[in-house]
Design a protein around this ligand. Structure first.
Ligand SMILES: Cc1ncc(COP(=O)(O)O)c(C=O)c1O
Length: 372
C-alpha cells in the first residue's frame, strides 16, 4: 500500500539523534543554536530564525509579537489547515475569511481588499502545498493600509518565489517541521524575521516570557508560552536541512510526472505548477457526485488498488467553531468545493516513477469513460 506521504529518515538522521540522546543534554541547547544558524544561512536575505515546537506555536507567537489581540481582525484563507485560523482565535482577535483560487488554492488578493476594515491588523497568506501565494500585490496592499503580513509558510520550506526563498523577503514567516512536511524535526516549526523587535519578542514568548539581562538577572515582563524545540528535534532538523534541496528536487520531478500523466478529465481538477514550487502535497479535486460515487467510496476503490490518499482540507469556515462567528455554507464557494472534492495523492521522495504511474492508472480506471 502506497501511503500519501512518508518522511525520509536515513543513517544521518539516526546518528544525529543518537548523538544528542547520548550527550546528556536533551532540551534546547547547542543543537537548537546550530539549527537556527543553518536555517538563517539556508533561507538567506539576512533573516534571523527562531525555532519553536510547532508552526502553530510559531504563528501564535508571531501574532502576539505583532500585538494582535481582542478587537483586531486577521484575514485568513478559508482553505487551509485549521491551525491557520485557530491561532487567531487564541489571541482574542477575530478571523476574517476570504476565498481561494481553485488551482493554486492560495488566497485571492482582491478578496482581501474587499474585507479590509478599520479593525484589520494582519493578513495571513498560506503558501498552499508548497506553492507560494502572489506576494507582491499583497505586500503592496499591506503597505497602503498599514497592515502586517504574517506568512503561514508551514507547507513551504524550500519554496521560492520570484527567485527568492520564501522567508527571505517576508516578515515574519512561519514554517512547520511536522513529520508530513518536506523536512521534519518530528514536531517543530520556526519563525524567520528581519525585524529585531519581533525576534526579541519571540525569544521571550517561546519560553515563559523570561528575559535575562547581561548580568544574568531574570525578569518576566510579559506572559510567554512553553514553545521551545528540544535538541533532539534540532539535530534531526540539521540532518534533514542538509538534504532538503535534494528531497524537494525529487518531489518536483515526481509531481511533474504526475502532471504529465494524470488523465485530462472534465471531472478532475489538477493543481497549478510554479517555478519555485516545493510540492509538499499534490492535491486534485474530483467531482464524486457527477461520477455517481462518494469520496469515501472513491478512496476505498483507490486503496483496493494499493493507493493511499488524504484529505487536505475541509473548508475552515464550516467548522462549528467558525459558524459561531456567523460563517456558513455558500460564503466561500471555491474553498467549499475544494473541501468537498479534494484528494491528496501519494507524493514523497522515496516514491518511484512506477508508483506515480500506478496512481495515474488507478485514477484513469476509476474515472472511466470521459478520460481523454
Ligand atoms: C497551513 C498550515 N498552517 C499551520 C500548520 C500547523 O503546523 P504544526 O503542525 O507544525 O503546528 C499546518 C500543519 O499542517 C499547516 O498545514
Amino acid at each position: 500500500m502506497l501511503p500519501f506521504t512518508r518522511p525520509t529518515i536515513g543513517d544521518e538522521e539516526l546518528s544525529a539523534v543518537r548523538e544528542v540522546l547520548e550527550s546528556g543534554w536533551l532540551a534546547s541547547g547547542p543543537k537548537v543554536k546550530a539549527f537556527e544558524a543553518a536555517l538563517e544561512a539556508y533561507i538567506g536575505g539576512g533573516v534571523a530564525v527562531r525555532v519553536l515546537n510547532s508552526a502553530t506555536s510559531a504563528l501564535e507567537a508571531a501574532l502576539l509579537a505583532c500585538d494582535v489581540g481582542p478587537g483586531d481582525e486577521v484575514i485568513v484563507p478559508a482553505m487551509s489547515f485549521a491551525a491557520t485560523a485557530n491561532v487567531v482565535v487564541r489571541t482574542g482577535a477575530r478571523p476574517v475569511f476570504v476565498d481561494v483560487d481553485l488551482h493554486t488554492r492560495n488566497l485571492d488578493v482582491q478578496a482581501v481588499e474587499r474585507v479590509l476594515g478599520p479593525r484589520t491588523r494582519v493578513v495571513m497568506p498560506v503558501h498552499f502545498a508548497g506553492l507560494a501565494a502572489e506576494m507582491a500585490p499583497l505586500y503592496d496592499l499591506a503597505a497602503r493600509h498599514r497592515l502586517t503580513v504574517v506568512e503561514d509558510a508551514a507547507q513551504a520550506i524550500g519554496t521560492s518565489h520570484g527567485g527568492h526563498r520564501v522567508g527571505s523577503t517576508g516578515n515574519p514567516v512561519c514554517f512547520s517541521f511536522h513529520p508530513n512536511k518536506n523536512m521534519t524535526t518530528i514536531e517543530g516549526g520556526c519563525i524567520a524575521s528581519r525585524d529585531p523587535r519581533y525576534v526579541r519578542r519571540i525569544d521571550r514568548l517561546r519560553f515563559h516570557g523570561i528575559e535575562r539581562d547581561a548580568a544574568g538577572n531574570v525578569d518576566v515582563p510579559e506572559w510567554g508560552g512553553k514553545w521551545n524545540m528540544p535538541d533532539v528535534g534540532a539535530a534531526l532538523g540539521l540532518a534533514q536541512l542538509a538534504r532538503l534541496d535534494d528531497l524537494n528536487r525529487r518531489r518536483r520531478a515526481l509531481a511533474r510526472r504526475y502532471l504529465e500523466r494524470l488523465p485530462r478529465h472534465p471531472l478532475l481538477v489538477l493543481p497549478a505548477d510554479g517555478a519555485g514550487h516545493s510540492w509538499h502535497m499534490l492535491c486534485v479535486c474530483v467531482d464524486y457526485r457527477a461520477l455517481g460515487t462518494t469520496r469515501t467510496a472513491f478512496q476505498q476503490a483507490l486503496a483496493d488498488r494499493g493507493v493511499g490518499t488524504g484529505i487536505h482540507y475541509p473548508a475552515i469556515h464550516l467548522f462549528s467553531l467558525y459558524r459561531h462567528y456567523g460563517y456558513g455554507p455558500g460564503d466561500f464557494p471555491v474553498a467549499e468545493r475544494i473541501g468537498e472534492q479534494t484528494l491528496t495523492l501519494p507524493l514523497f521522495p522515496a516514491m518511484t516513477e512506477s508508483d506515480v504511474d500506478t496512481v495515474c492508472g488507478a485514477l484513469a480506471e476509476l474515472l472511466g469513460e470521459g478520460v481523454r
